[in-house]
Design a protein around this ligand. Structure first.
Ligand code: ADP
Ligand code: MG
Length: 712
């Protein structure tokens, strides 16, 4: 039995009744497996003695005698003080709201004591401590290392410890290893059953380390097995075990523009542009052209991820790739996550590529019957060379004559199924995915481990870095004054809010404090910038309304755009010089970075104001500081990862791909690399996992797949 196959209901565990089931469900725990995979977030070492005297070094863990009780304060505010001592010294236990401890900690008796102590008013004291009677043989929490679990309302550490311990008693002995034996032996790892026991209730610090190592390696190994299998499928049975899965575009910067481009259409587009490609763009185009120069018979379609910070000019690179496909007699489909962005790409494509004699089409779900029918006909007959659109590009009734290239912009916004649906419209088309949410290198290797990666590290010349300022909500007037000056100078501004309307969040008490786009649009128009053309855009407006608004903002007719994070992706209005983000602490780092990337797209100095609530959490502070100190999206993404952990990095959590329980690809980068070598070596020698020593892998994938659907 594999751990994830333990799908029995929680009530099968002794001591778990129907009442706690919904509480556990709130933690995402629904089955026995779920409970056993709810790993501790920390461990408390109560196995080592720490006498009172050493309270500054660690949590005190000792045996004490109660010397005296006394009370401070009056009436209902009375607080019990228990004076205790061990052989090293004396301390005071402050029993706030725990008057009953008077009857539990009896004068003259001995107890085990555990807690964090500090020095105050001449005493070594603690208000957060635990005790138990020092009865020999009756050790509950003491003398061992205890797990500390993530909790939800109505659950206590003691309950989770008890449930987990029962589940282990009932089920652990049946657990099978998921790693091949040779790896377990080679690395001196735990067997699965011992590993899972030891991660919850280790007997020693060494055991805990070994248990963590075991579980981490197992997760990373299966991650890489999935990546490797995916690579085999994509490359038609050939897994390329390259250590260096990522090549930087800047490395290829030696290629000159004329050297990069090897065909007529691309050449002609470049001649028409008022600027030259940046070295990063050149590198990317060279790599794409290399991938797309297929040797007949050995058809390996391109699978490339193009990463580049906001404004680095990825769209142009994708157009050049499209030209390559068209020159080879094929069609290209460019897919964007929103209609707004798709339309912008379509307009750019029409402007740049129609003069070369190409036929461009724009397809979204909103295109009406007659026009749509004609459009679909000309796509199927091959009259259209490049089609730009939203997910409508893979609707059931859409057929292509010869789809050779699929470009997916803002790839993280699309799910796995959507990606495969569009790919299925061609016969193994080349795939170019683009991401402006930079995925840190370490993570890229994990998630896109079987893809080639091009990175554009430079921005087009002449861009001035956006100046970022933090402002307290109470100082927003100054921000408004600044924006007023910019508007007077002919520039435009964005104002972004976390909500569309006040109270449209789950917790009304909380959200009523928040400024929302709708009400602020009114306030800005009436009170702050009267007479200045202003419009509102958010996701609840229909596409036509959004389009009209964006068009008039782009043309400069509208000066102020009040929005939610819908403007986060792709919008390109070079004359906008101010980005004001209110309640900035409510946004994730990558969203902030994307939003900031909406300005600084022209020649003039641009500004980003992060307006934060007067009471800001430590975490919020840390994030805003990252934004203030960094402009490189890759650095910001790495910081994001450090602050939030890999499961939550923007774009990846949606893919549901990285639900790692123990492993952290950043921290465990070395283990990851080793797991990759192991997994790829096995797949290379035994792609169908038929050898007896590899059967276990095939069985795990079949019976208890670790990551569900693979988001690649
Ligand atoms: P992103 O990588 O964020 O998708 P875009 O493709 O939207 O960036 O490009 C941002 C802007 O930079 C566009 O207005 C585009 O025309 C311009 N641009 C692209 N490449 C260059 C270049 N080599 N030199 C100058 N401007 C460029
Ligand atoms: Mg873009």
């Amino acid at each position: 039995m594999f751990l994830r196959s333990l799908v029995s209901p929680l009530t099968a565990i002794r001591g778990i009744g129907p009442a706690v089931v919904p509480k556990l469900a709130r933690l995402g725990i629904h089955t026995v497996a779920g409970l056993l995979c709810h790993y501790p977030r920390d461990w408390e070492d109560r196995s080592q003695k720490v006498p009172i005297k050493e309270f500054q070094r660690a949590r005190v863990c000792t045996e004490i005698t109660v010397i005296a009780h006394d009370w401070i304060g009056f009436g209902r505010m009375r607080t019990l003080k228990v004076h205790v001592e061990d052989e090293s010294g004396r301390a005071v236990l402050l029993c706030f709201n725990r008057p009953w401890l008077e009857k539990q900690l009896l004068q003259g008796s001995r107890y085990r004591l555990w807690g964090r102590f500090y020095f105050k008013y001449g005493d070594i004291q603690s208000s957060a401590f635990e005790t138990e009677p020092a009865v020999p043989g009756q050790v509950a929490g003491f003398g061992r290392i205890l797990p500390v679990y993530p909790l939800s309302a109505g659950l206590t550490q003691a309950m989770l410890r008890r449930f987990t311990s029962r589940a282990l008693e009932q089920y652990a002995s049946a657990l099978e290893n998921e790693l091949p034996d040779e790896i377990v032996e080679r690395d001196n790892l735990f067997a699965k059953k011992a590993g899972i026991k030891a991660v919850h209730f280790p007997d020693s610090a060494e055991e805990l380390e070994k248990a963590k190592k075991t579980l981490i390696y197992e997760e990373l190994f299966y991650l890489e097995v999935m990546v490797g299998k995916r690579a085999i499928e994509r490359r038609g049975g050939n897994v390329r075990n390259k250590e260096e899965g990522i090549r930087g575009g800047e490395g290829a910067g030696v290629v000159t523009e004329s050297g990069v481009v090897n065909n007529v259409l691309q050449q002609r587009l470049l001649e028409r542009l008022p600027f030259s490609l940046t070295p990063g763009q050149q590198g990317a185009v060279a790599e794409i052209n290399g991938d797309m120069a297929h040797v007949p018979m050995a058809h390996v379609p391109m699978a490339r991820l193009l990463q580049g910070d906001v404004g680095s000019g990825k769209t142009l690179v994708s157009f050049l790739a499209a030209l390559r496909a068209v020159e080879d007699g094929g069609q290209a489909a460019i897919m964007a996550p929103t209609e707004l962005l798709a339309r912008q790409h379509a307009e750019n494509a029409a402007r740049l590529l129609e003069p070369l004699g190409l036929r461009i089409a724009f397809l979204t779900g909103n295109i009406k019957a007659a026009g749509r029918k004609e459009l679909l006909r000309s796509l199927a007959s091959g009259e259209i060379d490049i089609v730009v659109g939203t997910h409508a590009l893979f609707s059931r009734d859409v057929a292509y004559k010869n789809l050779r290239l699929v470009v997916i912009d803002e790839q993280h916004r699309f799910g796995v199924t959507q990606r495969s649906l569009i790919m299925a419209k061609g016969d193994q088309p080349d795939l170019l995915m683009m991401s402006a949410t930079p995925i840190p290198r370490t993570l890229a290797l994990t998630v896109f481990g079987d893809m080639d990666v091009s990175v554009i590290r430079d921005l087009p010349p002449g861009r001035k870095p956006v100046k970022t300022h933090l402002a307290k909500e109470s100082n927003e007037g100054k921000v408004y004054d600044f924006v007023r000056n910019e508007l007077a100078a002919g520039r435009q501004a964005y104002f972004v809010y976390p909500l569309i309307e006040g109270g449209d969040e789950a917790d009304p008490k909380d959200s009523s404090q928040l400024k929302a786009a709708v009400s602020m649009a009114e306030r800005l128009a009436d009170q702050v910038f009267p007479g200045c053309p202003l419009a509102l855009v958010h996701s609840k407006l229909d596409e036509e309304k959004k389009r009209l608004t964006m068009d008039s903002f782009r043309s400069g007719e509208i000066k102020i755009l009040v929005a939610t994070s819908v403007v986060e992706v792709g919008v390109d209005v070079p004359n906008a010089s101010c980005m004001v983000i209110e309640h900035a602490e409510r946004f994730g780092l990558s969203a902030l970075h994307q939003l900031r990337g909406r300005v600084g797209r022209g020649q003039d100095q641009s500004y980003c104001f992060l307006v934060y609530s007067d009471e800001l959490t430590e975490d919020g502070k840390a994030r805003l500081k990252v934004m203030l100190e960094n402009s490189d999206g890759f650095v910001i993404a790495e910081e994001d990862l450090k602050l939030r952990g890999p499961g939550q990095i923007a774009g990846i959590e949606q893919s549901g791909y990285l639900n790692l329980g123990m492993a952290n690809p950043i921290r465990d980068a070395q283990e990851l690399a080793r797991a990759r070598v192991d997994a790829f070596a096995i797949l290379e020698s035994d792609p169908d996992l038929l050898l007896p020593e590899h059967r276990v892998i095939a069985r795990v994938l079949e019976e208890a797949p670790p990551f569900g659907e693979v988001a690649l």
